[in-house]
Structures are given as C-alpha cells and as structure tokens.
Design a protein around this ligand. Sequence first.
Ligand code: C2E
Ligand code: CA
Ligand code: CA
Length: 670
Amino acid sequence: MEHLADRRNLTTGIRQAIALLKVPADNPALTAAQFDAFSKQVPLLYFILATNLISLSLTHQGAAPDYLVVYLPAVLTFLFALRSLIWLRGRNRQRTPAQAYRQLRATNILSFPIAVVCTAWSLSLLPYGNAYQNAHVAFFMAITVIGCIFCLMHLRSAALIVTVTVNLPFFVVMCLSGEPTFIATGVNVILVTMAMIMILISHYRDFRQLHESRNVLMLQQQALQEQNKAMQALSDENLRLANLDSLTLLANRRSFFQMLETAFSRASGSDGRLAVGVIDLDGFKPVNDLYGHSAGDKVLIEIGNRLSTIADERLSVYRLGGDEFGLLFQGDVAEGDTITLGEKVCELIAERINIGSGMVQVTGSVGFALYPDVGKTGQEIYELADYALYTAKRRHRAGTVIFNAVQANELNRQKVVEEALVSADLDEELSLVFQPITCVDRRICIGFEALARWDSPRIGRVSPVEFIPVAEHNGRITLMTRILLERALKTASLWPEDIYLSFNLSPHDLTSPENTLKIVAIVLKSGFDPRRINFEITETAVMHDFEQASASIQMLRELGAGISLDDFGTGYSSLNHVHKLPLTKIKIDGSFVRNIHTRKTSFNIVKSVLALCAEMELEAIVEGVETEEELRILENLGVRAVQGYYFGKPMSAEDTLKQLALQKTQALAS
Ligand code: C2E
Ligand code: CA
Ligand code: CA
C-alpha cells in the first residue's frame, strides 16, 4: 500500500516537473502578456549567445580544429542573428493569445536543441585547450547559462530546460576532471543557477499576480464604465420623464418654458420670427364634474393625441397643465399661418370624443402672440399670448385671438388701473349705486342691487368691470367687499322692511373661511335682518375651489341670507353647479335678453332656464331689460322679477329713498 502511495506521489511529482517545462496554456491573457515581455528580451538572448560563442572560438583559434572554432560558430552565429532579426521584425505585430502561445511553445522546444548544441560544442573544446582555455570554457558555460536564465525570465519553462540541459553535463564533466578548481566551479555554478531559478520562479509568480491584479483592475474599470453608462442612461431617462407630461405624453410645462427660451434666443439672434400659442379647453370642467376624472383624463389624452398629429420640426405641442396646452411655432411665421393653425387646432379639439360611456364634446380657445411684433422676452411673449387667450375666452366662443393693438391698449389700461388702485384711499374713493329689482306683476321695486363705483383722483371714474378683476388679482378685493358691504347695509337699513338688498361677492370672498366669517360678522354687527340680504355669486367663484365655495355659501345660507347665481348662462358648468349648491335665485344674464324678440336661440334658452328654475323651486331674475318689447316677451314667458334700465338705472342712496317714498305714496293713492 505504502509502496503504491509512494509511486503515486512520484508520478504526480514527475507530472509537476514536466508541467514546469511546458508553456502554461490555461490563461490566454497571461500568455499574451508573457509573450509581450519575452519578445523584448529574445534579441538580447541571441546577442549573449553569439558574443560568448565568438569569444570562446577566438580563444581557441589554432588550438582546436577549424570546423569547431570557425565553421560551426559561424553557422550558429548566422542562425542566431537570423532568429534575432525574425523576432525584431515581428515585434510590433498583433498576435492573438493562441498565436502567442504557439510561438512561445516553439521557442520552448527550440531552447532544448540550442542548449544541447552549445553545451556539446563547448565541452568538445575541452580536450584541445590548456588550463586557461579550459577555464574559459567553464566561464563560457556558466556566464551563458546565467545570461540565458535572465533573458528567459518570462518563459520559465525554457529557462528550466536550458539550465538542466547545460548544467547537468557541465557539472558531470567538471567533477570528472578531478581538478578541485573545476569541481568548485561546477558546484558554484550549480548553486548560483539554483538560486537564480528560485528568483526566476518567484519573479514569474509575481508577474502572474501582477498580471492578474491588473486584469482585476481592468475588469473593475470596465464595470465602472458600464455602471457609469447605466447611470447616464438612467439620468437621461429621468430628464426625459421630468420634461414629459405623464398623462398625455406630450412635453410638459417645464419643457415648454425651456424651449421657449431657446426658440426666443434663436429668433432674436437671427431676425427670425416666433409664434407662441396658448390653448384652453372650454367645457372641460363639466365633463370632469359630470362624468368623473377618468373621463376627463380620456378627453385630455385624446386631445393631446390629436394635437400631436400637427406637430412637426417647426411646430411643437406641450401640455401646460390642467386643460391648458401650449404651442411653439418657429421659422418664418406670418399672422395668416397662425390664424390657420389656430383654426386647425379648434377644429381638432371640437371633434366629438368617445369617453367609453358615451360621446362628449369640448371646444378650444387659442391665444397667440407673435415675435418680433410684440414681446421683448420669451416670458413676455407667453404672457401676451395668455392675454390673447383670455380675450378669446371672454368672447365666450371658441376661436383664435392674436395679441394685437386693441389688447395692447387694454393691457396698458389694466396696468394704469392697477397702479392707481394700489395707492387708492378706498374709504374715500369708493361709493355705491343701487339698481332697482322690479316685480313684473305689480310693477313695483322689491329690492336693490348694490353696484360699486370708484372715482380715482388720478384716473377719474373707473368701471367695476375694470377695477374688480384688478382688485381680485392684487388682493384688495377683500377690503373693498368689507367697506362696500358696511355701506350697503347702512343704506338698506333706511329702506322699508319689504325691500331687500342684493350684494355682489367676488370669488375671493368665498375662497377662505376667514373671509366669509368676516362677511357674516359685518352683517351681524349691522343689525340688518340677514333674511333681507341676497348675495350674488358668479360661477368663477365656485369653479376655483368647489368644496370651499360651497361651504362658504352654506355658512351664508345658515345666516339666513339668500344666494343668487349671477350672470347665468354665460359660463359652462352652470347646470351642474345649480344642482349641487344651496342656491335661492338665478339671475339670467342680460345678453339673453338682447333681441329676444328676434333671436330664437335666446328665447329658447331663457324659456328652458325658467322651466329649470320652476322645477328646482328657484326664483329667476332676468337682468338687462331695456325695452318694453323685451319685458312683454319675458312677461309672457312667466318671468316674475326683472332688473334693467327699463325700470331704473343704478342710482345713489338718496335716490333710492326718494323712489321708495314715491312708490309708497303711489301705493297709498291707488
Ligand atoms: P353685474 O352684477 O351683472 O351687474 C349688472 C351690471 O349691468 C351693472 O354694471 C349694471 O349697471 C349693468 N346693467 C344693469 N341694467 C342694465 C341694462 O338694462 N342694460 C345694460 N347694458 N347694462 C345694465 P356695473 O355696475 O358696471 O357692474 C358691472 C359688474 O361689476 C357687475 O355685474 C358685477 O359683476 C361687478 N360689480 C359691481 N359692483 C360690484 C361689487 O360691489 N362687488 C363685486 N364683487 N362686483 C361688483
Ligand atoms: Ca350682480
Ligand atoms: Ca349679472
């Protein structure tokens, strides 16, 4: 058994020793690196061999036969020079690891015959020389083998083959000579070469490790690069998402303003033109309110899809938020192109949309501003386009408006009003007029609507149509409402008990509980019977924040006051709000009264709104009645209360008292 184990150990030992004499084939990258380092040293190796060969032949000239010291060295030197040249020429050629392996293996194999020939040759010179010459042979063999080990540092197997092939016969011959100096030389050379082989083995190991750690480093670098690439891709994707509207997949508001700046710089830097468009949907909110948000989403997605069909390299489409979209039209844009584009956009929007549970229709308004006709910055062009949109929407029908001189004047005027209002002494400059509300049957005044007036010492009398929106914008409206309500209640307290006060509230008055509470407090403080007050609210108040507005309205109702929905018919979501809010009255807008005797649609609208009011037990007041004819038609339709120039223009507080006194005497007389 023991014998068998010994044999097995012996065979593995032999196998390991043979492996040391072979070029390792397990690591192609290592082989390539080995080849690279080795190829630089091969010419030096042949140089050492040739010079040593020549030097030894020279010291043996005449002593040994010519074939040994002339012809053979000449042939060998020639072959070494040739091999050197081949290596030198092939130095820069790219090799695959397989080619490198083959060449290393060839060198490995070749090292054996070269070592044999050189050893045999030098030993064959020994019988011809004297002691000095023999010492040169010993020196030749020792120095050559050391030189070769050095040069073959990167081809461990060849170094070992050479060492064994040269040293073994050398040592034997040295010992057989019986000469102590030679024996000492033999032992010395063996010991030195053994040490060198150990250095070589450890060097080879270091080389291998260095190579491996460099590989690991390279792999780490590659991994890092890949990671960087992935991170870049991720941040690109984030950037894309940050600029994309997730619902419609159009570019978003942020991207719009970025592109606007780029397009503006381009246009302003090259005398180019640029049109900025802002689109707003009309009738979108009712879809959202009546059919739910998912239906609203479907509408927005569909419109986004339709709008993206007209986008090209000159025209880009964005979703700015809510039901608002943006357009950037670059290049040589003329006003005519913009109008055509606006019409196309309105056409696309107005096509009916399938929301699953049915078909709905919304319309669109578009406002445009054209650079360089107007605007000095990208932001300003956008604001002007937005103002043009506001104008389009004020006209209450879908269409395109391009910012022009008329709006420029309006906008200027708005700025003038704003400036004057900021520094206005509201207590001093504001006043109220009162317009009678008449009972049609009895032709008597049943109430007054309080209407604000502003006489500015700087810009004269300003219409509430102008200053109310500005005051709403800059927040002064809350103070205005308080001043006006206190005054209105003061006047109304002078009226007989059967006359009520109608007072306009702005959206601001309903958007916070504090503002509404303040109104309640003013009413309570005045001592005026809240049941004689009617607050007029508009749809915009409710559209902003429906929940808060309806809570505020509820608060006023609990106080005992009535609530009218003003300007009914001019908004979009009217019907829906009528259902949901605790209203008491509806004021049908004067625009439906104009030419009611000639316009069938106006007539029909008033008729159906009256029917709706009757069904919901709401009072109806028709505003803006100016003529006998209008009144007659309304009377036939069953209208009970009206307001308008026909019965009375807005009048001062004093005049209300005069009119009421007159009414009283007339009543007493009849
Ligand atoms: P509104 O509440 O619809 O008021 C009716 C407007 O129509 C008044 O204009 C009135 O003078 C005018 N009007 C009355 N009868 C006729 C008519 O037969 N024909 C014509 N063409 N117009 C008639 P005004 O006083 O210029 O007020 C305009 C708007 O300003 C008001 O519209 C209201 O929305 C707002 N407003 C007025 N006073 C106040 C206020 O004290 N607070 C708030 N928040 N808004 C006010
Ligand atoms: Ca009103
Ligand atoms: Ca009105």
